[in-house]
Design a protein around this ligand. Structure first.
Ligand code: NAP
Length: 210
């Protein structure tokens, strides 16, 4: 699963690990990601592997996919968890708007790079974490990157709707293959969500300052 160093991802990793799964987590920073190997201590399941990648970069997503394919002859579940909210417009190393690149393009690319391995590992699943905010989303094909007009909420809603549309189409294409695709809203949870560049409202809703 992408993410897993904190927040909902770490709780999910702990849940899967407790069930006895071998879990691979990712984070941008290897030291921070390694700290999450505390998951193994907490659950008593030592099968927790850590991969470092900044998934806002498509080269990093490709490298991560290569490392995962080399490490695992089978993949039972891919959880696309990494995502976030940024109040201001930022650009990635690829020159893309950060919210769209990280929340939608990264899981889109990773899923496609891992899809053959998932199909060889049936029954398998792709689970993608979106948000109820998708219901307020509109995909602006004339301004996907928010160059003409940007608001953090608008970019977030759009990226989360894109994940929904992607998952529905993926599920349709995977019909009969033994791989399912599911998209979910995790609820409102107090995590580090949005902490890098927040608004007062987002902070009040979700920040884990503890
Ligand atoms: N919290 C909520 O109320 C809520 C509500 C609806 C949907 N969601 C969705 O749930 C997911 C976020 O969960 P969360 O609330 O647990 O947030 P979080 O605590 O901020 O966790 C975000 C995770 O993503 C990783 N991450 C962030 N930027 C990254 C990047 N550029 N490359 C690789 N990894 C990166 C972080 O790892 P490092 O910092 O270690 O790199 C961390 O593991 C998102 O998809 C979010 O949209 C959350």
């Amino acid at each position: 699963m992408t993410g897993g160093t904190g927040g909902i991802g770490k709780a999910t990793a702990i849940g899967l690990s407790t069930l006895g799964a071998r879990v691979a987590i990712t984070g941008r920073d290897e030291a921070r990601a390694r700290a999450a190997a505390g998951i193994a201590r907490e659950t008593g399941n030592s099968a927790v592997d850590v991969f470092a990648a900044d998934m806002s970069s498509q080269a990093e997503v490709r490298r991560l996919a290569g490392e995962l394919l080399a490490a695992y002859p089978r993949l039972d579940v891919l959880v696309n968890h990494v995502g976030g909210f940024w109040a201001h417009r930022h650009l990635t190393a690829d020159g893309l708007e950060h919210t769209f690149a990280l929340n939608h393009l990264a899981p889109f690319l990773l899923t496609n790079l891992l899809l053959d391995r998932l199909k060889q590992s049936t029954p398998a699943r792709v689970v993608t974490v979106s948000s109820g905010a998708q219901a307020m989303g509109k995909i602006d094909f004339d301004d996907l990157m928010g160059e003409q007009k940007y608001s953090g909420q608008r970019a977030y809603n759009q990226s989360k709707l894109a994940k929904f549309v992607f998952t529905y189409e993926l599920a349709r294409r995977l019909d009969g293959t033994g791989v399912t695709a599911t998209v979910l809203h995790p609820g409102v949870v107090r995590t580090a969500f949005g902490a890098e560049d927040s608004t007062a409202m987002m902070g009040a809703l979700t920040f884990d300052r503890g």
